[in-house]
Design a protein around this ligand. Structure first.
Ligand code: NAD
Length: 365
């Protein structure tokens, strides 16, 4: 008997619903053509939820998010809600989900599809075949540490304070995520911190060594975060999995993202404790400038679904198939406007989704 995977779809605002329609086509293809079936519920999030319920994430939607195996998230935000109180802004819906599901591990792959090798700002030979994974700690570090704030020193001077703080358990759990990933990939974890100038970095380095003992087949190397930024643009293919804290991860994942071209191609996953919560979303926002025009690139969101297949539903061959179908469509020169180049065939959001479904048909036969 086939197993039904549960999923909550929160499409959100702007291009969120437009790109999610294309994910639903891919899900429908799996239901029709394979034993893979999904038990799907849907709700509003962000500005749309604020308009309907007065809050960016209803109690009901949060309860559903806690029950399902994974949440597929589109994007939230838009100028319509600029005047709304901070705690009811569309973005607050996403922050609540991250907090309530305790999503401490942010996975951002930087993968170069061969047909897009020329779209990178780096030389093709540096990015051809690139496949790295950045694992960023998401719920601790300097963005949350106490004390924090701005104080008036009374002499015409002010002091701004943020505190970088990590405890052993936070480092151990993110380290396990990185080593588990590396085990299934190329067996290398690069841990990045500033242990030369920060005690929290030294603790990070030492605790990574502790967890490394559980993974004898994975090599651990350490790299100072400034050097890691430099190496990412000098020779990115030297990396497999990079694990780093919240602040450095924020920066390094954006650097890595640009190795592969457009925002419309970048998926992400945010994971909690195993089996306790997972959220998959494109890196891009609601793109109000192109919303409603039918030109958004749905690939980032479809790749996010492929990540859900791989990391939550444990269906790696289905994930490979989705990624293969996207590669096939790109190799056939179909492009949405954001990744268009001369000589290519320009397609709409919906046409791109249709081509990906056709490629699924072709590759599975
Ligand atoms: P954005 O990512 O929405 O857009 C940046 C640029 O990239 C725009 O020119 C947009 O047209 C383009 N772009 C983005 N996704 C694309 C796609 N799939 N296909 C083609 N082009 C694409 O960032 P922004 O403009 O800074 O923010 C717009 C709104 O989105 C804001 O309200 C912001 O707060 C929100 N936002 C939400 C999230 C999220 O939901 N996780 C993330 C970032 C920004």
């Amino acid at each position: 008997m086939s197993k039904k995977h549960s999923m909550l779809i929160l499409s959100g605002d702007g291009i969120g619903p437009e790109v999610m329609v294309e994910v639903k086509k891919v899900i429908a293809w799996f239901s029709t053509n394979t034993g893979l079936e999904f038990d799907i519920s849907e709700d509003h999030v962000g500005g749309r939820a604020y308009d309907d319920y007065g809050v960016p994430l209803s109690e009901d939607a949060l309860a559903k998010a806690k029950l399902v195996d994974a949440v597929m998230f589109g994007a939230v935000g838009g100028s319509k809600w600029d005047g709304v109180d901070y705690d009811k802004r569309p973005e607050a819906g996403l922050l609540t989900l991250r907090k309530e599901l305790n999503l401490f591990a942010n996975l951002r792959p930087a993968m170069c599809f061969e047909p897009l090798v020329d779209a990178s700002s780096l030389k093709p030979e540096l990015v051809s075949g690139l496949d790295i994974m950045i694992v960023r700690e998401l719920t601790g570090g300097v963005y949350f540490g106490e004390p924090r704030g701005i104080t008036n020193l009374g002499n015409g001077q002010r002091r701004g304070v943020n505190t970088q703080v990590y405890e052993t358990y936070e480092i151990h759990r993110i380290a396990h995520v990185a080593f588990e990933l590396a085990k299934k990939r190329n067996g290398l974890v690069t841990s990045s911190e500033k242990s030369n100038v920060m005690e929290s970095g030294l603790l990070w380095r030492e605790e990574l060594e502790v967890i490394a003992k559980d993974y004898p087949n994975v090599r651990l190397e350490h790299m100072l975060a400034d050097n890691c930024g430099m190496q990412l643009v000098r020779a990115p293919k030297q990396f497999d999995v990079i694990v780093t804290d919240n602040l450095f991860g924020d920066m390094l994942s954006d650097v890595a993202a640009m190795l592969t071209g457009s925002l419309g191609m970048l998926p992400s996953a945010s994971l909690g404790e195993v089996g306790m919560g997972a959220l998959y979303e494109p890196v891009h926002g609601s793109a109000p400038d192109i919303a409603g025009k039918g030109i958004a690139n749905p690939i980032a969101t479809i790749l996010s679904f492929a990540m859900a297949l791989r990391y939550t539903y444990d269906e790696p061959s289905a994930a490979d198939l989705v990624e293969g179908a996207i590669n096939e469509v790109l190799a056939n020169n179909y492009r949405t406007a954001d990744i268009d180049q001369s000589g290519m065939k320009l397609v709409s959001t919906s046409e791109m989704g249709n081509h990906i479904v056709d490629a699924l048909d072709k590759l599975s036969n």
